[in-house]
Design a protein around this ligand. Structure first.
Ligand code: G
Ligand code: G
Ligand code: MN
Ligand code: NA
Length: 254
């Protein structure tokens, strides 16, 4: 109950903060965008990762509220970057299963997204297979709505759900983010390697961009490129960092 009160207070006092993790183009090895990952700057406990508060937000039915907050943060950041001339970067946000099916989210999201003008394709929305599949009808409806606004849809944690191939067939998605368990095992596990060797060309054939998550070593960069991954993300490049630090990473590469 104490945490519940602290959480309600945190929301009202906006103690949440967007952190950013870079995503690189595998060919140029340049940062092409960031995934936004929310942190709670707790007055006593310091910076808390989502595992420490997402379950409680879910219990309190506050996930759609977080999703709207994150959406606004991403749109504001993209607009600020646009004004600074950083107009090719993308920002990816995560959308929860609850948000994906929430009437208020779907009612409010379009006007927030349209603040980006013609640049709505700089905003990427990540949904896991399972969250869209919990209600296929609602998932299809919501993702089509977002897709029609020009936003790019990414399938997050791909390969860990129960219907990966069905997902490829049923939902509009521009990007496939292979779960980091595949990247961790691609060099040592023959089956994992075979799955990637078959699925990456399949994704390309379907016109989708393929992302490796959880790139932690130099060897895995080499391997991921060899397998055909288009984009790379992981601790090797950077963990999620505050916006200022993310901007410093950008400045350092140009
Ligand atoms: O940042 P970290 O890797 O600890 O994130 C853990 C999980 O929390 C990830 O699965 C991520 O999708 C989720 N997450 C982080 N920030 C947000 C957010 O703003 N909204 C939603 N819905 N999920 C988030
Ligand atoms: O589930 P989702 O992909 O939205 O969440 C990303 C999560 O993965 C975040 O919690 C982020 O901190 C974490 N993450 C990002 N890169 C790496 C990595 O290279 N290794 C590990 N173990 N976790 C990572
Ligand atoms: Mn994600
Ligand atoms: Na993921």
């Amino acid at each position: 109950l104490q945490l519940e009160n602290e959480l309600r207070y945190a929301i009202s006092k906006s103690q949440f903060e967007p952190f950013l993790q870079p995503i690189l183009d595998a060919k140029t090895m340049q940062i092409i965008g960031f995934e936004m990952l929310t942190r709670w700057r707790h007055p006593e406990k310091g910076i808390l990762p989502p595992v420490e508060f997402l379950p409680y937000l879910a219990q309190l039915n506050l996930m759609p509220q977080l999703d709207l907050w994150t959406l606004k943060q991403a749109v504001e950041l993209l607009s600020a970057w646009q004004r600074k001339g950083l107009n090719t970067l993308s920002v990816a946000i995560n959308l929860s299963a609850e948000g994906l099916q929430d009437e208020r989210y779907l009612e409010l999201a379009p006007s927030i997204i349209q603040r980006l003008g013609p640049q709505t394709d700089r905003l990427h929305i990540e949904v896991t297979e399972n969250s869209a599949m919990t209600s296929i009808r609602a998932g299809k409806y919501s993702l089509s709505l977002l897709n029609d606004l020009g936003v790019k849809i990414s399938i997050d944690d791909f390969g860990t759900g129960y219907s990966s191939l069905n997902y490829l067939k049923s939902f509009p998605a521009h990007k496939i983010k292979f779960d980091r368990s595949f990247i961790m095992q691609m060099e040592t596990d023959k089956t994992t390697k075979s799955i990637l060797k078959a699925l990456i060309p399949l994704c390309h054939d379907l016109g989708k961009t393929v992302v490796a998550e959880g790139v932690e070593t130099k060897e895995s960069i080499h391997y991921a490129k060899m397998l055909g991954f288009d984009q790379l993300q992981g601790y090797y490049f950077s963990k999620p960092v505050p916006v200022e630090q993310a901007e410093a990473l950008l400045a350092a590469q140009s």
